[in-house]
Design a protein around this ligand. Structure first.
Ligand code: IDP
Length: 138
């Protein structure tokens, strides 16, 4: 069986703050393999497909706007249980309360905006990973 793969994004706040290297370092230090990586200026069509499950929620428009505000680094990463492992490295959604030691907990905080700028995205299931990798690495 080949190793599990996931989609990781360094969101525009992470790229703008110069944290891409630090985030890649943490992924590699955990032992996951970087299989592919690209810098993407995500358009609305890609973001609407990626965040389809959130359409209609109060933070949806601010989320799409934020994710269009600058380049995103898309990463295809691989390893045993990498989906679960990266979600654990990333920390919980709200960066203010994400545990210290996690990417969001150590490097993120609330900036008083309508959307949580929380530096990274990681697929949440094998089905999401397959769908999202197809979108970002089309
Ligand atoms: P996740 O990225 O931790 O998996 P999701 O629930 O999939 O979280 O939400 C997608 C993204 O939407 C989050 O990473 C965050 O940027 C934003 N978001 C989620 N919930 C809220 C909220 O209640 N307020 C503002 N932004 C949110």
């Amino acid at each position: 069986m080949s190793a599990e793969e996931t989609l990781i994004l360094v969101k525009p706040d992470g790229v703008a703050r110069g944290l891409t290297g630090e985030i890649l370092r943490r992924i590699e230090a955990k032992g996951y393999t970087l299989v592919d990586l690209r810098l993407v200026d995500a358009d609305r069509e890609l973001l609407a497909a990626h965040y389809a499950e959130h359409e209609g929620k109060p933070f949806y428009e601010p989320l799409i706007e934020f994710m269009s505000s600058g380049p995103t680094v898309a990463i295809r990463a691989a390893g045993e249980r990498v989906i679960e492992g990266f979600r654990s490295l990333a920390g919980t959604t709200d960066p203010t309360t994400a545990a210290p030691g996690t990417i969001r907990g150590d490097l993120g905080r609330d900036w008083g905006l309508k959307v949580q700028q929380n530096l990274v995205h990681g697929s949440d299931s094998p089905e999401s990973a397959e769908r999202e990798l197809a979108l970002w690495f089309a």
